[in-house]
Design a protein around this ligand. Structure first.
Ligand code: SER
Ligand code: ZN
Length: 534
């Protein structure tokens, strides 16, 4: 990222011709020292005055800047030095500054909307992008919109250099091979055909009581073996949030393409719906376009990460040592994710269920809690569920410094980032194939990613961090069955303890359900296995 531009400083009076020497010395000082401060080891990352001149009450300078001393910073620094020098030596004041012909050059191609403030044109040629900004006054350089515009451009550049990869994957730990007893095929197919689960709409299933029992046993095992021993306590979070919350968490900027939104009705007065209701009476239909006329634009998004309300709840709160750390979990409801074409069984759905574990504290506390959770997760995966698993350090691109992610391979899991938990699905193929592994959960420490925008503070000014971890119920269930099959005889003792807490409920068996002959046979087979197991 390089900047260039011409700054015009307005002076309180004309400069005399002999001012030239003074300005020459100012420029020499700027280029040698003041505009290089903070540029690290590479002077080209700093700023430089490459041309200058004056006439009448105007002094102009052309700047070239690297990304460490951006043009806004360079102009403000220069203004400070000029004010001091011209004021002291010539009694000339510096009034305003205009930035004309300012352009940002990137050695990668990005797209920037022309509807943004200050953006005059965007040219993309030969792998480069030149963004011209216009009409910048002194006050604009300090405005949050301008600073955010530069941050947006920086982020786009970082994302382009990251090469479209969503994340960086590095193996952290693995269980090693285990003796598995997989079912004859993809468990989703067996469950669906035997009628234990039924797809009611795109990416939405109803789980009948027998499958619910398996899900619940896994959820209980997680709560009893991982969450409760560490002192986490249950809270109930809402599942629909105002847009403002998504702006602060960053989800709206990052994953808006996979989020679902909700609208309120325009009116509470049912009489205003009369025409629409009449239409439904007669046509027995409700075209969504008609409905839309009666609704306000969407002002909520549906639960996406499930930890959003945690940060929202603590927004603007000041906490002290006695209140920290805070350790909660929410198991109260679904999350929603629009997956477009990527749906598969109950492991990739639009409405799914998850237990979300959240914590807040000082950095050391947050790291320590994450480490304790990792130990308990390992206990759950190995001792209770006896699963074949692996953990990977995944760095989403936005946690990385632009461009350097590729080289920076040394691992430090105590900085903000995410560990994914993956389980091997034998029906998908050999272990060597990445596609044979399913992400069943994750654990993150966020640093100040949420405490900063939500202004969650400590009374003595100490830094606060957060962490969260998601246990995707459906995915754990599919992975467990994919490895141990449907016969409870082959399930680990430690897990049967949870499974046998409740009796096996009756399956649905009717004239038209399950749908196929094979489905009816599969159901019979399942019922036999579970009759023996319970
Ligand atoms: N909130 C985290 C996520 O969405 C963990 O569940 O991935
Ligand atoms: Zn979360």
């Amino acid at each position: 990222m390089k900047f260039s531009g011409k700054a015009v400083f307005e002076l309180s009076k004309e400069l005399p011709p002999e001012a030239r020497g003074l300005i020459e010395s100012v420029v020499e000082y700027l280029n040698r020292d003041y505009l290089k401060r903070g540029c690290g080891k590479d002077p080209s990352q700093g700023a430089e005055v490459v041309e200058w001149g004056f006439s009448g009450r105007e002094l102009w300078m052309v700047f070239r800047c690297g990304k460490r001393v951006r043009i806004d910073d360079a102009v403000l620094r220069t203004r400070k030095v000029l004010s001091e020098k011209l004021g002291r030596e010539l009694r000339v004041g510096v009034r305003g500054v205009r930035l004309v012909d300012c352009s940002i050059e990137l050695d990668t191609e990005i797209r920037v909307s022309l509807r943004l403030p200050f953006v005059k044109s965007v040219e993309r040629v030969d792998g480069k992008t030149v963004i011209r900004l216009g009409g910048l006054e002194l006050g604009d350089l300090k405005k949050p919109v301008f600073v955010r515009l530069l941050r947006l451009i920086e982020e786009k550049e970082a994302r382009a250099k990251w090469g479209g990869k969503a994340e960086h994957w590095q193996l952290l730990k693995e269980s090693g091979r285990k003796k598995l007893t997989p079912p004859p095929e993809d468990p989703n197919r067996i469950l669906e055909e035997a009628g234990w689960i039924r797809r009611l709409s795109i990416g939405q299933y109803l789980y009948t009581p027998p499958f619910t029992r398996i899900l619940n046993a896994l959820r209980r095992a997680f709560i009893e073996e991982v969450v409760k021993p560490l002192g986490f306590v249950e809270a109930v979070f809402p599942k629909m949030y105002p847009l403002r919350v998504g702006l602060k968490t960053g989800h709206l900027k990052g994953v808006i393409n996979s989020m679902l939104f909700a609208s309120l009705p325009k009116s509470y007065n049912i009489e205003e719906f009369e025409e629409l209701i009449d239409y439904m009476y007669v046509m027995d239909d409700l075209p969504p376009e008609e409905l839309q006329k009666y609704l306000r634009p969407p002002s909520y998004f549906l639960c996406f990460a499930q930890c959003e309300p945690f940060y929202w709840f603590f927004e603007n709160e000041v906490l002290d040592d006695d209140s920290l750390p805070i350790k909660w979990y929410d198991a109260s409801g679904p999350s929603f994710r629009w997956e477009a074409g990527g749906l598969h069984g109950v492991e990739r759905v639009i409405e799914f269920h998850r237990i979300e574990v959240v914590w807040l504290g000082k950095p050391q506390q947050v790291i320590e809690i994450r480490n304790q959770l990792l130990q308990r997760y390992e206990h759950l995966m190995d001792r209770v569920l006896d699963m074949e698993w692996r953990w990977a350090w995944v760095t989403p691109w936005f946690y990385e410094q632009s461009g350097v992610a590729e080289e920076k391979l040394e691992l430090d899991i105590d900085r903000p980032g995410t560990i994914d938990f993956e389980a091997y699905l034998p029906h998908r193929g050999p272990r060597e194939d990445r596609k044979s592994w399913l992400e069943i959960g994750n654990i993150s420490i966020h640093g100040t990613k949420f405490t900063e925008p939500f202004r969650i503070r400590h009374n003595k000014g100490e830094t606060l961090w957060t962490g969260c971890s998601g246990f995707g119920s459906e995915r754990w269930a599919i992975a467990f069955i994919a490895q141990h099959g449907f016969d409870p005889k082959n399930w680990p003792e430690q897990f049967l303890k949870y499974f046998e807490e409740e009796p096996m409920p009756k399956s649905v068996r009717g004239v038209t359900y399950p749908k196929t002959q094979r489905g009816k046979e599969l159901l019979q087979w399942l019922e036999k296995l579970f009759a023996r197991g319970s």
